[in-house]
Design a protein around this ligand. Structure first.
Ligand code: ATP
Length: 237
């Protein structure tokens, strides 16, 4: 059974149709990517999944239940956690405090302390700076923190909205390695990206979105060699 399943989802902003009937699914343990150009409707789709926007039509099913009408805070406590575009760390709080905030739905103090150590082992850069305020860190470090903070909630499904956005190329590589490693640890991930090449390289399956519709889908490896994808999204041909 799929952990997340969208069936014919439509989302509008007033009269503007941003998502025009899309269907997709993410199974437990998969790393699935949704790629597409600016304005394709990717972020709108994510916002509908986490309950920030209500679909005009269609169904969103998560963990076997219809999501319609579920408030955003309740969605997070059911294990669906979004790392938003632009990261959303608390700039005035230290790295350690940000990680603590990520665990706000949990009551197991010992488990939380253990997970903070796990994040520090995973990202030594965060450990070195545990008492530094998040706002003083580089963009790449903030993205690592944003992902770690989300993992502190022990999500069942992690949604990442363009984690590579605005980062220097070397940091982009690093962030994709991090996402790949998190996926290898067994986490289920839906990754939204404009960097199609890297997103296809680390994911198992992919959906291509254009003009509010899914125009292509399949195994990431086969999309990487698809002439249409190469021409439109990989800058070749
Ligand atoms: P990007 O990579 O630039 O974030 P995207 O694929 O995530 O692009 P969306 O942000 O989902 O695309 O936008 C899809 C369409 O919806 C665009 O045409 C956009 O202009 C429109 N849109 C997004 N947010 C709003 C809003 N709050 N009000 C009206 N239209 C909006």
């Amino acid at each position: 059974m799929s952990l997340l399943k969208l069936s014919d989802v439509h989302v509008s902003y007033g009269g503007i149709k941003a998502v025009k009937g899309i269907s997709l699914h993410v199974d437990a343990g998969e790393l699935v990517t949704l790629i597409g150009a600016n304005g394709a409707g990717k972020t709108t789709t994510l916002k509908a999944i986490v309950g920030l926007l209500r679909p005009a039509e269609g169904h969103i099913e998560y963990d076997g239940r219809d999501m319609a009408g579920t408030p955003s805070h309740a969605i997070a406590s059911r294990g669906l956690v979004l790392v938003p575009e632009g990261r959303g760390v608390f700039p005035a709080l230290t790295i350690e405090e940000n990680l603590q905030m990520g665990a706000y739905t949990r009551r197991d103090k010992a488990g939380i302390a253990e997970d903070i150590e796990r994040m520090f082992n995973w990202f030594p850069r965060l450990k070195e700076r545990a008492r530094q305020t998040a706002g003083t860190m580089s963009g790449g470090e903030q993205q690592m923190l944003a992902i770690s903070r989300a993992l502190m909630a022990r999500p069942k499904l992690l949604l990442l909205d363009e984690p590579s956005m605005g980062l220097a190329p070397i940091m982009v590589q690093k962030i994709f390695e991090v996402v790949r490693d998190v996926a290898k640890s067994g986490m289920t991930i839906l990754l939204i990206e404009q960097n199609a090449r890297l997103a296809l390289q680390i994911s198992q399956r992919a959906y291509v979105m254009d003009g509010g519709l899914i125009t292509l889908e399949g195994e990431s490896q086969s999309l990487l060699s698809n002439p249409k994808v190469r021409e439109a999204y990989l800058g070749e041909g």
